[in-house]
Structure formats: C-alpha cells, structure tokens
Design a protein around this ligand. Sequence first.
Ligand SMILES: Cc1cc2nc3c(=O)[nH]c(=O)nc-3n(C[C@H](O)[C@H](O)[C@H](O)COP(=O)(O)OP(=O)(O)OC[C@H]3O[C@@H](n4cnc5c(N)ncnc54)[C@H](O)[C@@H]3O)c2cc1C
Length: 436
Amino acid sequence: MRSIHVSVTVTTGWTNWAGTATAHPTRIHAPRDLAEVTTLVEAVGERGGKLKAVGSGHSFTAIAAAPDNLIRLDAYRPAPVVDPATGLVTVPAGTTLHDLNRLLAAHGLAMPNLGDIDAQTVAGATATGTHGTGARLGGLATFIAGVTLVDGTGTVRRYDADSPELAAVAVNLGALGVVTDITLRCVPAFRLHADERPMPLDTVLAGFDAFADDNDHMEFYWFPGADRALVKRNNRAGEAPPLSRFRGWLDDEFLSNRVFGAVCRLGRAVPATVPAITAISARALSARTYMDDSAAVFCTPRRVRFVEMEYAVPRGSFAAAFEGLRAAAARHRVVFPVEVRVAAADDLWLSTATGRDSVYFAVHQYRGMPYRGYFDEVEAVMRELGGRPHWGKLHERTAADLAADYPRFGDFLALRDRLDPGRVFGNPYLDRVLGA
Ligand SMILES: Cc1cc2nc3c(=O)[nH]c(=O)nc-3n(C[C@H](O)[C@H](O)[C@H](O)COP(=O)(O)OP(=O)(O)OC[C@H]3O[C@@H](n4cnc5c(N)ncnc54)[C@H](O)[C@@H]3O)c2cc1C
C-alpha cells in the first residue's frame, strides 16, 4: 500500500458506545488535511481494501464497524467558517455536536433542533438521520446546506444547496465517501421554555396530535405497563426561571443516571423485580418547568448504557403503532421507557421521514438484559405500518425489503455505484441494508 501520512496500527479493536458492535481494524488513520484524506482513499482503493469513517461510535448498529482501515477526523481541524448574517456555518465533519453548540453560541447562533445528546459528530449524526422532535421540523440532516466529501475514487466533491444530490448526500449512511466538511443552516440563538409533567396515559394518547402540533418540540416517555407518561413540551415562547443547579443535577444526573442506573442493575440481576421497578419509576416522574439555552434543554447526559431500536411510521398510524407496541412490551420484562417523538416530512432520499410527517417510537432495554424478542415483536408491528428503522439503531431489515419503503432508494444505489464503484466504504452492515 502507498505510504499514508498518519496511521497507527490497532492492537485493541473498536467497540461502539452500547457494546453492540465490535471491529478489529487493521489500521487507524487520522488525516490532518484534505490531501491526506484523498491519498488515503486512493491508496486503500488501489489495493482493493476497505475504509470506514467513524464518528463517536454512538450508533447501535454495526454501521460504523471498520473491517479493514478505520479513519477518524479528530485531527482534521480547518477553522470553522461562520456567517452570522446568513446563519451558514461550515465545520469539519468530525466536530462533535457539543463543540458545534458551543461554537454557535459564541456567535449568537443555534441549531434549529437537536436530539437527546450532543456526543455525536456532525458527520455521524447526519449520516444516520439523527433527529430530535418537532412536528414542524426535520432531523439534523435537513439543516445541511453543503457537504464536501472524498468519494471512493479519491475525487473531492462539493454539494451545495443547488445540487439535487445534496438530498442524497445529507443522509449518506457513510456509503458515499469520507465527508470532510459540512455547512449547516443555523438560526439565531434561542431559549426554550421546558414543561415536563406526568399525565395519565389515556390523556396523552387521546391528545397526542394536539400536543405534537401545538408545541415546538413535544415528546413523551412511557414505562411499559404504566398508566401514565412523562410529557415534555419545549417552546420558544414563555417565561420561567432557570432550573437551579441543584435541581438540574438532581433530575438529570442523580435521578436520570445514578439512581436509574442502580435500579436497572437490580432489574438485570433479579428480573422478577422488573414490573415493580417500572411501576415505581413511573410513579417517581415529577413535574418541572424551566428555561434555558436551546442546546441545554435538548441535550442531557446519558450515562446508563442501553440498547435501542427506533422506527418511524406515518403520523396517521400513531394509535395503531402504540397499541401494537404496548401489546408486545407486555410480553417482556422491560426496565427502560419508550420514547415517542415527531418530525415533519422532508425530501432527503434516505431520511426516515422522507415524504411523510412521522412519529418515532424508540424502544430501549438496559444493557445486558434480554431485548431480542421485545425488539423483534415491535419491529413486526412497525413493519406492518410501513415503518422505517433508524439507520443507527438496532433492526433486522435488509435491502430487499427496505427498497419499497424509500421512493429514491434506487437513485441512492445508483449514486453509490457512481461515487464508490469499488465499495471502498463497504462493510457488512451496508451489504445488508444497501446490497453488496
Ligand atoms: C445515548 C444515545 C443517544 C442517542 N440519541 C439520539 C437521538 O436523540 N436521536 C437520534 O436520531 N439518534 C440518537 N442516537 C443515535 C445516534 O445519533 C446515531 O447513531 C449517530 O449516527 C451517532 O453519531 P456518531 O458520531 O457516533 O457516528 P458513528 O456511529 O460513529 O457513525 C455513524 C455513521 O456515520 C458514518 N460517518 C461518521 N463520520 C463520517 C465521515 N466523516 N464521513 C462519512 N461517514 C461518516 C459512519 O461511517 C457510520 O456510517 C443516540 C445514540 C446514543 C448512544
């Protein structure tokens, strides 16, 4: 292989956050500039090798598993370009959402919407269609205004807002190239009024559409078997005092992570206690309102490790999907809550919300506890309703049956053939969901 500037031989292997995917890459590469990326791609391609870009390893699937060479973009750090007038911000693709949020705040800007955590990289989060909640907002990739990538032939390509293929490159599954820079369309910094309160489950189910449509960001958490749910409504208007540092620590760190972690360990060690644990957990939910910068409200630390599957179904299928999920969950011991969110339809080729307003059902289980049967049954329910799985979360779907769910699936495959004819960026997960 041609000499590559920065490479380290791997001795320990790679594991994702959840411990659900492992890999033993032959080498790890940390290029410092675009030329080093192109040299690397060409060199790997010439010898028929594989190269997989890895972000923060927060995907539950093996989408980021590198069977051969692994490339990280930690050392690729051109200065961000921020234009406060237009809100367009270009960052190196390996920037974490945490660092992105700090950068934006320093310039009086913010992401229009975010998911639950900020540990992911911009490239990794958008590649898998990561989303937050909001009936009038799309996932993070819908805020992309431009992408620079190095394709499988070593060619540097730039896609801007006027390129029809930006809609394919935005949610790319890591299959089209090494993304080096991403331009995001940001908004003026805003504060969110957060209202979190437990409600009877029947009230939440009956009022779901109104809750979702009447709030900027609405979601709910439900412990399987419980008769109430925690409804979170975050809105750009309103006044409330900031959460005291103690209350913030108590809720987000102590109760959500430390106490919940101990409770989950008990459930794993003594499965018979699970029904009591979920009942107590549901009872422990309490109301709070506060106001803070948007990123601080959207993103909270998640230290208790879990496994997750998430499906998007059309908004109109909410009731059927919830009832099917509820019946499936009743047959299993589940300590983690179900999370339900919404997103507006978008036009990104492989977005789970492409072409339709969507409701997302995320099912979780504490790491080390059985989950396969529960997830399989929920997956069957969601598939009946035309559900699309989150690309970064566990699922069992294959290219043969996914193709029918995405109107532009064939176009994406054709683009992949053009950008990565030698499958330099392939791995077993992509073989399964896109074909070899
Ligand atoms: C605790 C936790 C909370 C989460 N919360 C949410 C949530 O609220 N909403 C949601 O939708 N998802 C959520 N996720 C899922 C997560 O956002 C996605 O799996 C995301 O892809 C992880 O980003 P990453 O940087 O870790 O990427 P990785 O998992 O490392 O990689 C994901 C994909 O991106 C590709 N990739 C990474 N960098 C590049 C690059 N430079 N060029 C080309 N391809 C690249 C990889 O090859 C791979 O295909 C959560 C996951 C965890 C563990």
